[in-house]
Design a protein around this ligand. Sequence first.
Ligand code: FAD
Length: 638
Amino acid sequence: MTEVERHSYDVVVIGAGGAGLRAVIEARQRGLSVAVVSKSLFGKAHTVMAEGGCAASMGNVNPNDGWQVHFRDTMRGGKFLNDWRMAELHAKEAPDRVWELETYGALFDRTPDGRISQRNFGGHTYPRLAHVGDRTGLELIRTMQQKIVSLQQEDYAAHGDYEAKLKVFDECTITELLTQDGAIAGAFGYWRESGRFVLFEAPAVILATGGIGKSFQVTSNSWEYTGDGHALALRAGATLINMEFVQFHPTGMVWPPSVKGILVTEGVRGDGGVLRNSEGERFMFRYIPDVFKGQYAETEEEADRWYEDPDNNRRTPDLLPRDEVARAINTEVKEGRGSPHGGVFLDIASRLPAEEIKRRLPSMYHQFKELADVDITAEPMEVGPTCHYVMGGIEVDPDTAASSVPGLFAAGECAGGMHGSNRLGGNSLSDLLVFGRRAGIGAADYVDSLTSRPTVSAVDLAMAARTALAPFDPPRDGQAAENPYSLQTELQQCMNDLVGIIRTASEMEQALEKLDEIRERLRAVTVEGHRQYNPGWHLALDLRNMLLVSECVARSALRRTESRGGHTRDDYPQMDANWRKVLLVCSATDREAPLPRIEVTTKEQKPMRDDLFALFELSELEKYYTDEELAEHPERTA
Ligand code: FAD
């Protein structure tokens, strides 16, 4: 039997981004022993890269804001497919989570009278994003790490050991969840540096592994985001929802090729930047969709006045939700009005003084100067859509973050439901804090309720080790050896070209055929060298996850015959009210196999609670709901 290092904890949190760290803090404060495991270095996660800010209706800049307005914006952004209970909890609890961060030591930018400042962002009615320049995620993670250190100091005082109750395991990748009689018993993985195996025995696991962007060729996501949590959950027996909804952020860098896809924060538009095509036209005025008609400025003059006087003017359509802006840019480029490198122009240089741009957007200034040799205080940026965020994820109970597998919880980007078909910018950082905390509480309650703990069987452990080592074996049955890097490139290209921003049935069918071919060839992936720091081997293992999540995206997208949020079909260009109440649920059918297959089933969305439903005008609901669903509406029965 291969040697395996063993640890035992009450709760294991997989992922050290915002959701993971907030869950760790909560579970540890409940007195449980907690391990936090991360594939990357501690402190390196997507959360750190979040630039724009964290949405919370504190009403510091506009007192008209409140949780009901935030709730409405979130539901509209998600085109009413959101899990409304998650959207409600998120809108109600986000302000407390932001204030709480300041008690941990965060320092947000201030208004002139000393309150936490809030900036405008797409789809948010009022300035709502608490921010620290354009480095908000960094401050969020720094603060939560600081809180973790302070908890470890308390543990030292009580037990003489800093790591008595809370230990960080970084550069450690989890490859398998282990169960007994269907309930979580532990997690298995390897140290990236030595390749040695490690087993965490624990009755509760919280998945907080972030997104899936690396399955697409052009993405703002970094190397870790291969859908591991999504795939681990599927293989453990949990379900995923909303996987057809992938957010393409409208403004990624398009030039030079080596940095294509890197994010240009929406904060640039929130602070006054405007989109123009090659003819110099502010084209977004032509793309206000019917569901948002009347809510956005129809002339440049009104849009510009809105920045100074938001109460008496409507907001600029440059700040429509991301799905709308991404599609508009796509159309401009397709119709020949793009920039030289295949994007459009984002101009802040002509709108704000140079010093103000450098003060408000320091990271953007440096990013363009260093990577593209463009001075954004003097010339426009070239930008275009980039795969950014997955709305789909592990199906969880909104209040406890529990999945359908006993002992398995999920929070953050790897959980599904909260954002419906499209996430509003800034709603992820607040989501991480609200549901990270709830997952910590959910896991703690679960552990406290157990009378005995599931155990990891020797057979399951040996199987996990065997599967992890398979890429070192030569291919069987005379199959030619496959290189993991080539397969990854083919998979990314396939998803980008055939299941990307605009989709059709024939292309998605082609994608599924290609994914089937990749599945066959994945069995023959072979890596050279040893287990010591071997990125080829790591990728071979990640590819299993990328394939599973790609199949979930493609199968669900083919099934949903309408366009909504982050799912646009050329062959079904309209939103269909009959689809609003349908969730597509992905599960793995032959979970024992190294590469299970994906099955998609349908499920009815729970009807919204009456008091929340009453927050919307009938005229707005009519854009999303069927007549049958609205038959009992008080305005119709009156
Ligand atoms: P992450 O922060 O992504 O962390 C995931 C963790 O899981 C990492 O520690 C990783 O190492 C670990 N992990 C993954 N797989 C494994 C495994 N198999 N084993 C062990 N560990 C694993 N949102 C906003 O609200 N506002 C913004 O301004 C904003 N700006 C953004 C800018 C960029 C460039 C990007 C990429 C995203 C931005 N987002 C923003 C989105 C937001 O940052 C992410 O959705 C969010 O940070 C995800 O947080 P998380 O805690 O779910 O996961």
